[in-house]
Design a protein around this ligand. Structure first.
Ligand code: SF4
Length: 219
């Protein structure tokens, strides 16, 4: 930990997690921005993971997809039924909405990277539990380290709370910049929530958040 009480670097943080006994972090932290080879290393370390109880109900591990040098990374909460069947994040209705959101800021799915806080589907689409997040999150940290995005957009409350280490809900977090180990984070509503509560007000808020993210990566 640095003198000002913050974690200076993801690699340092991963080392700390090992120190406090977080299980199975796999190999040493990857080199920041090392891209596809580093991601492959993380995937190898994950293997056919049975580290937490979510493995019991999954069909496929949903590791993450996209550009290994993406400037913009989206982080959701966990795979749903279609994602579990296909092994790819955000491929159902919410995925289609996310594709529209990405397109609205002039990018394509192939240009960004998309992953989740946990890589196996929670039963009945419940929120991931604390022990599951603690076990799976270090692998996401290593993915973030490998990609080194300029900006992360956290989709929904569980993703935002995990990345930012807070109990504050998405309604208060969204619309403001936060920090994840030196990487700016913009929380916004999960596309599944947006589909459920498809109001002009919510659409406008998500649009504002995405515009802010786009402006930040263009700086
Ligand atoms: Fe492993 Fe993550 Fe799946 Fe748990 S959710 S079994 S830690 S890959």
């Amino acid at each position: 930990m640095t003198n000002d009480g913050t974690w200076g670097d993801l690699a340092e943080w991963v080392a700390y997690l090992k120190e406090i006994g977080v299980r199975d972090l796999g190999a040493a932290p990857v080199v920041r921005g090392a891209g596809i080879e580093a991601l492959a290393l993380v995937r190898d370390d994950l293997g056919e993971c049975t580290r937490c109880k979510l493995h019991a109900g999954r069909t496929k591990i949903v590791f993450g997809v996209g550009n290994s040098h993406a400037k913009l990374m989206f982080v959701g909460e966990g795979p749903g039924a279609e994602e579990d069947a296909r092994g790819e994040p955000f491929v159902g209705r919410a995925g289609k909405k996310l594709d529209e959101m990405i397109g609205a800021i002039g990018l394509s799915r192939a240009e960004v990277y998309i992953a989740n806080i946990v890589k196996c589907r929670p039963p009945k689409n419940r929120d991931p539990e604390k022990d599951e997040i603690e076990t799976c999150f270090p692998f996401l940290i290593r993915q973030i380290e490998a990609i080194a995005p300029k900006v992360i957009v956290a989709l929904g409350s569980p993703a935002a709370k995990t990345l930012l280490g807070t109990r504050t809900g998405i309604t208060r977090l969204r619309g403001h910049w936060h920090d994840f180990h030196g990487i700016p984070v913009m929380p916004t509503f999960h596309p599944a929530y947006l589909l459920r509560v498809y109001t002009k007000e919510n659409r406008t808020k998500v649009w504002e958040d995405l515009k802010a993210a786009r402006a930040r990566i263009d700086e």
